[in-house]
Design a protein around this ligand. Structure first.
Ligand code: 5AD
Ligand code: SF4
Length: 439
């Protein structure tokens, strides 16, 4: 028998891409590939790409330039481009970088083994279909490998909201929810491999409406069913839209012990004028009231968000409204981006904000968020929290894990192993992590 071929995958962008890359590795594992950490000795390189902002997409082309040199030295090397840039640009990628052998979107990676056969015979393969068959089903009988304590599980994909800045509805397609019974089976399988925490993924995860027993299940119903899975200790979900934050989901935060007190709920802007132009379909006030209701159900919940600054026509006054909203909410964490025009989306055609002004606003917004996040972390000192340990830290005898609130926590000299869930008293807060001791 010949040696197994080596596969190198580089993943860009969101957590769903991380999940998809794992599925690609499993699909190719069945076709005789083993993973490698280095592009230099790989027989096959896959770039799993992100199209959400222009910078993310441009990075792919510069990386492909480097990969081409590897291929000049080793002509048998196969190069594939997967994910949302592949979906959006298709054949254009091979036109710009002829060293690429395969281009395939987020909905077709279960077909990788057959694509590889075609690529091996010298064909350029492009597959950006939205096929009728289900990639999740095609990949369910995967090898039983041991897993890290925390795993992602895609439950919903795509988006029908069409925010004016966003490419997701075009690259990931319409909103589709997986049936709850398949999700529960995948969760049980993950637990058997050592997983104790599952983060449910979807571009619009709280719009989940999977066809199950007795009709469509809501995300809250799915979470309550997952909470019954023995050995699964923690449940999280991301990313949510404010308009799909239903009463039963809010209530679950107060009632389901395994559901962690952390909610990523992007608002993008605090100006009603901009929210309208973004097609967000809610006001700043409605968002703030929603946060109040969520905090009434779970007072200690940590709120996280996403913000876009410099959206077309954003004035200094609009930006101040965003700062006011941030002050009203007090975020434990947030991601913020300068608006990036995406071809084919409505906002790309509108009057753009001066880039220097946008950079200035972004810096001010990030300073405020950092101040709030540091305050939330400092408030953890003296408290006892759950920590799921994941791996050894950089220091001798140190272990690192994640708190209930998703903060990294370092504990030294304790007898704990990856996968242990323990109570920890927080003793100190640094800029990026907390320190603690077993309680
Ligand atoms: N420009 C800048 N940021 C964007 N996002 C989505 N599209 C764009 C864009 N065109 C941000 C939003 C979203 C996050 C995943 O990325 O804040 O919530
Ligand atoms: Fe994009 Fe999220 Fe808006 Fe959907 S809800 S269009 S994924 S920003």
């Amino acid at each position: 028998m010949s040696d197994p071929k080596k596969l190198f995958i580089r993943t860009y962008g969101c957590q769903m891409n991380v999940y998809d890359s794992e599925r690609m590795a499993e699909a190719l594992g069945g076709a005789g590939y083993v993973g490698t950490d280095s592009a230099d000795d790989a027989d096959m390189i896959l770039l799993n790409t992100c199209h959400i902002r222009e910078k993310a997409a441009e990075k792919v082309y510069s990386e492909l330039g480097r990969m081409k040199e590897l291929k000049t030295a080793r002509p048998d090397l196969k190069i594939g481009v997967a994910g949302c840039v592949a979906q959006a640009e298709g054949a254009e990628i091979i036109r710009r970088q002829p060293a690429v052998d395969l281009v395939f979107g987020p909905q077709t990676y279960h077909r990788l083994p057959e694509m590889m056969v075609r690529a091996d015979s010298g064909e350029k393969v492009i597959d950006t279909d939205f096929p009728a068959e289900d990639k999740f089903e095609a990949l369910k009988d995967r090898p039983k490998a041991r897993r890290a304590p925390s795993a992602f599980l895609t439950v919903q994909e795509g988006c029908d909201k069409f925010c004016a800045f966003c490419v997701v509805p075009y690259t990931r397609g319409v909103e589709i929810s997986r049936p709850p019974e398949r999700i529960l089976a995948e969760a049980r399988d993950l637990v058997e491999r050592g997983v104790r925490e599952i983060t449910l993924l979807g571009q619009n995860v709280n719009a989940y409406h999977g066809p199950g027993e007795g009709g469509d299940w809501s995300l809250a119903r799915l979470i309550r069913a997952l909470a019954e899975v023995d050995g699964l200790e923690r449940i999280r979900f991301t990313t949510s839209h404010p308009n799909d934050m239903t009463d039963d989901l809010i209530a679950a935060h107060g009632e389901v012990e395994k559901l962690m007190p952390y909610l990523h709920l992007p608002v993008q802007s605090g100006s009603d004028r901009i929210l309208k132009r973004m097609n967000r379909q809610h006001s700043a006030e409605a968002y703030i009231r929603l946060i109040e209701r969520i905090r009434a159900a779970r007072p200690d919940i940590l709120i996280s968000g996403d913000f876009i600054v410099g959206f077309p026509e954003e004035t200094a006054e609009d930006f101040e409204a965003t700062m006011d909203l941030i002050r009203a909410v007090n975020y434990g964490q947030a991601f913020s981006f300068k608006y990036s025009p995406r071809p084919g989306t409505p906002a790309a055609e509108r009057a753009q904000v001066d880039p220097a002004e946008a950079s200035d606003r972004l810096a001010r917004l990030q300073a405020l968020i950092n101040e709030q996040a540091a305050g939330v972390m400092a408030g953890m000192v003296g408290r006892e929290v759950g920590v799921l340990f994941e791996k050894p830290g950089r220091m001798d005898g140190q272990m690192v894990g994640k708190s209930d609130y998703l903060h990294a926590v370092h504990v030294s000299g304790a007898d704990v192993a990856p996968g242990d869930l323990r109570r920890v008293r927080i003793t100190g807060a640094g800029p990026n992590s907390l320190a603690g001791a077993l309680a």
